[in-house]
Design a protein around this ligand. Structure first.
Ligand SMILES: Cc1ncc(COP(=O)(O)O)c(C=O)c1O
Length: 468
């Protein structure tokens, strides 16, 4: 068949990196001209390569190369300390985040997307509009629970994800970090134990440290997510005050729990009456397929305290997040407002109104489609380069969403010690130890894939690989 011959030819070009991982194939019309076949033959050849997993079709965008030359094994199941621990030593993180604003350093460390990926012009227009149309309101406080326009937009988005959340259920915060902090203040007292995935987002460990809590790390599979068996054993053994999870594209593993596992987690926590703080900050960023449902969408008992923000999907600079408190205690909703007020009095009025205006004008979904396609390419490219440059036996995560890679290195390398050397060479990464309360993962590191990719980035990655 002619289409199969064309498929073989295209596959060979992909193997030879004429079309590297993450790149778009020419459109089918162009392919038909180049290879002297009909458009329908070109379409069939691309579909054949899609079936083999070599290409990925993106709606209204075309076919993209997805097969990696030799996919590395995913990292191993984490083996963690089985008892609650106080958190310390997280202040090292400042060195990492400060590197983000250093123009001399290629930021592969903090999970901050390259601004080129963000709709900066549309955000600017939104600010201009609200500053012009609501000039007086913009110079005043927008006290908790925050601007009604924004709460309405958040509740609409959540309704689209099958969460029955009304505008009056939503509290606007300064960030997802603040939402998690308020949720944990509602649910815990100093000395209490909080169960978490391991490895987990270091900011969460910092909240635990600042509130004087203890972290109980639950082993987490890099492909299927938190071990339900280990979580159940922990619930039986320890008095756990709350569980914090990132069910959609966890940081750093990029795992998305299946709908079944999400419901199993909720059932298990419900059996023990343990509330869940759900961090859904990456939920809008699937690398393929539809936006997954949050666990909140199955919550009928008010067990889930839902946290989100615009930081990863739209703009970290807005400093706007949201919390939908559960109802473990009757007054949790009003206490959440007061805790936000006590924390910072209010959230920036122009930021709240600009975000509401941006979401209202309906361009967010279209922008997200483009953003996710670009992130998929960025993750594929970084995976490809790490596979080629890092030592053999290196294990690499296969994120289903978000834009970070978790890398497990062979041997006794200590990535915390390596960080200073890397910074001196002009490249940052996040050392693995930051993602654990019990000093695990010293041989791991996390890479931010959403970087501007050019010769300098390539050199930085080669320099980092040289250190390993
Ligand atoms: C999983 C996770 N949650 C929360 C945050 C904090 O986001 P925000 O800027 O909204 O506080 C981050 C940022 O890296 C994150 O990765």
């Amino acid at each position: 068949m002619i289409y199969q011959q064309l498929a073989e030819r295209l596959h060979a070009l992909i193997r030879d990196q004429i079309y590297p991982v993450g790149s778009a194939l020419p459109g089918v019309r162009r392919l038909s001209e180049q290879h002297g076949v009909s458009v329908s033959t070109a379409v069939s050849a691309c579909q054949e390569l899609e079936k083999r997993g070599v290409l990925e079709a993106r709606p209204r965008s075309g076919f993209y190369v997805r097969q990696l030359p030799a996919l590395r094994e995913p990292p191993r199941l984490s083996l963690v300390s089985r008892s609650p621990r106080a958190v310390s030593g997280q202040d090292r993180v400042l060195r990492l985040v400060q590197a983000v604003n250093d123009p001399g350093i290629v930021n592969l460390g903090a999970a901050v997307p390259n601004p080129e990926l963000m709709p900066t012009a549309a955000i600017e227009r939104a600010f201009r509009t609200v500053l012009r149309e609501q000039r007086r309101r913009c110079v005043g406080y927008e006290f908790p629970p925050g601007a009604l326009e924004l709460r309405t937009q958040i509740s609409r988005r959540l309704a689209g994800l099958q969460c029955a959340v009304l505008p009056e259920d939503v509290l606007i915060t300064n960030s997802c970090q603040e939402s998690i902090t308020i949720a944990l203040k509602l649910l815990t007292r100093p000395g209490d134990t909080v169960a978490l995935e391991s490895p987990t987002y270091y900011g969460l460990l910092q909240v635990i440290e600042s509130l004087g809590l203890k972290a109980l790390e639950i082993p987490t599979d890099p492909v299927t997510g938190i071990s339900l068996e280990a979580l159940e054993q922990a619930l039986e053994r320890w008095p756990i005050a709350a569980c914090v999870l990132i069910p959609n594209f966890s940081n750093p593993l990029g795992v998305c729990l299946s709908d079944q596992r999400k419901q199993d987690v909720l059932r298990l926590l419900s059996d023990f009456r343990v509330p869940l703080v759900e961090d859904d900050i990456y939920g809008d960023l699937p690398l393929t397929g539809p936006r997954p449902r949050p666990i909140k969408s199955w919550d009928v008992d008010g067990l889930v305290y839902y946290c989100g923000s615009s930081s990863k999907s739209l703009s970290a600079g807005l400093r706007v997040g949201w919390l939908v408190p559960g109802s473990i205690k009757d007054n949790d909703r009003s206490r959440a407002d007061y805790l936000q007020y006590m924390n910072t009095v209010a959230v920036s009025t122009p930021s709240q109104l600009a975000l509401a205006h941006y979401l209202q004008n309906g361009h967010y979904e279209r922008y997200l489609r483009k953003m996710c396609a670009q992130l998929a390419m960025a993750v594929a490219r970084m995976t490809d380069r790490v596979t080629q440059l890092f030592p053999p036996q290196t294990r690499v995560s296969r994120p289903a969403g978000g834009f970070v890679l978790w890398v497990e290195l062979p041997g006794n390398v200590d990535t915390t010690a390596l960080m200073e050397q890397a910074l001196a060479l002009g490249v940052s990464f996040a050392p693995g130890a930051l993602f654990s309360a019990s000093g695990k993962y010293t041989h791991c590191l996390r890479l931010n894939c959403a970087v501007h990719w050019d010769a300098r980035t390539e050199r930085a990655l080669v320099a980092l690989a040289g250190l390993l």
